[in-house]
Design a protein around this ligand. Structure first.
Ligand code: ATP
Length: 432
């Protein structure tokens, strides 16, 4: 009898334990399915609200991997957002059409040490480096409080920028509209602006030729996406070397800033916008800003990359002189950046300069499209990798082709130097 009751107790206990295990298992299965369907919903919402043409160049891959760079949010969380963003999202404030999270002012204030970590100053206001408590680093652009922009315009612009995703754009990852302040939160670009590299004083850190052409192609791809991949198409309006930022792999991305316009901007009465020296002369005379005006600015940028000189330093006068020389068969070598110390590919130089010269043609319809430019630059780089180009004879002794692996090594050396400077608080700089 006693043995029987012990058997019953053991049986019941085993039953209860099995029941409990099954219940816990069922609970987790249910949660897992709910989470998956939430993520699914959120990504289909994003897909529906970021209209990218299927036939736009590189569009599909770009859209899906645009925020997956090493310096970008990676994992998806509850709202289809990266986990690290969720902690900073104000409870229910999400711009429905852009899917961008709204950051709380106090979190950004804390992450920027009360707005003291300035890394740059743009026309819209200062830019700060922000170290989030999750360990991620972002750049916070604070729009000047004297801006006439109202709440509605700000949200419209954020929605416009939020739908743009490309690996060669500095992606907007959030915004803040609180305490009368308007802020944009961007992926942080650890290698600073192209301008800072072109005009830095250290000759040893000058950008090598190969990297310059890679950067040119990156910028061209970003612009091609804006012109032919985004729907509706977008005109950048402010292509210049300080707007091109470099990530930790020295890949170039352009700042997708406020004021990006839709397809075409015709406003004869509005003040001329843009940066002196990069502006399409046709726009200045007609007041009409078109994709070909961006192409003109891109041509100026290409010459800037070649010459290491900006329009304010007489770049275009140099270009015109060199172009005249070409008829006398002198060539573009004369304007090449002296920081390169003769280390460049002669054939690549003449090909890149030829594209640049077409871009700055006075007649907009004679300028190539960004798609054409991407094709030409891609072909130049392809033939480099096939070893068809010869370096300038001046550097015959140290002829070095940089393949992607070598590039990685160079970058990690640079990163190492940066890490060293970070370890030493006395030399800490924010605008690396
Ligand atoms: N995402 C970012 N990561 C790292 N640094 C940045 C980032 N965004 C901006 N900066 C820094 O801040 C500087 C100012 O940027 P911003 O885009 O506001 O102005 P700008 O491009 O120099 O001029 P403008 O406002 O006339 O276009 C940049 O040159 C760069 O050094």
């Amino acid at each position: 009898m006693r043995e029987e009751s012990i058997g019953i107790v053991i049986g019941v206990s085993i039953g209860v334990v099995i029941g409990l295990v099954l219940a816990i298992f069922a609970f987790f299965c249910h949660r897992y399915h709910r989470k998956r369907s939430q993520i699914g919903n959120s990504s289909s919402r994003r897909a529906a609200t970021i209209p990218i043409r299927a036939h736009g160049a590189d569009s599909c891959t770009i859209l899906s991997d645009s925020t997956l760079g090493p310096e970008s949010p990676i994992k998806s969380g509850r709202y289809g957002l990266p986990f690290w963003l969720e902690g900073f999202k104000k409870s229910s404030n999400m711009l429905p059409a852009s899917g961008l999270p709204e950051y709380a002012y106090k979190d950004l204030q804390k992450a920027t040490h009360n707005f003291t970590t300035v890394i740059g100053q743009g026309a819209f206001g200062p830019v700060y480096k922000a170290q989030m408590s999750t360990g991620e680093t972002v750049a916070v652009k604070v729009l000047a409080t004297n801006s006439k922009q109202g709440e509605k315009e700000f949200h419209t612009e954020v929605m416009l920028l939020g739908r743009l995703h490309h690996r060669n754009l500095v992606n907007l990852v959030g915004y803040c509209a609180e305490k009368g302040q308007h802020m944009l939160v961007y992926v942080y670009m650890s290698n600073g602006s192209l301008a800072s590299h072109l005009y830095g004083s250290d000759v040893n850190e000058a950008l090598c030729w190969d990297l310059r052409v890679n950067i040119a192609l990156d910028v061209a791809k970003g612009l091609e996406y804006l012109h032919d991949g985004a729907v509706p198409p977008v005109i950048h309006r402010d292509i210049k070397s300080s707007n091109i930022l470099l990530d930790q792999s020295m890949r170039a991305r352009q700042v997708a800033d406020f004021g990006l316009s839709r397809e075409e901007m015709v406003d004869k009465h509005a003040a001329i916008r843009g940066t002196f020296g990069y502006l399409d002369p046709e726009y200045i005379s007609s007041g009409t800003f078109t994709k070909k005006s961006d192409v003109y600015s891109f041509g100026v940028l290409l010459f800037e990359i070649i010459a290491g000189r900006n329009p304010q330093q007489g770049l275009m006068e140099y270009v015109e002189l060199a172009a005249m020389n070409i008829e006398g068969k002198v060539g573009w070598e004369e304007i090449v950046d002296s920081h390169l110390q003769g280390n460049f590919h002669v054939k690549e130089l003449s090909e890149v300069a030829a594209v640049a010269y077409k871009c700055i043609n006075r007649a907009p319809n004679k300028r190539p499209s960004m798609r054409d430019i991407v094709q030409v630059l891609t072909r130049i780089l392809k033939s480099r990798h096939h070893g068809n180009h010869h370096k300038n004879s001046l550097s015959a002794t140290d002829e070095v082709f940089i393949d992607p692996d070598q590039l990685e090594t160079m970058i990690s050396v640079t990163d190492h130097r940066r890490e060293e400077s970070k370890d030493n608080p006395a030399t800490e700089v924010y605008d690396e």
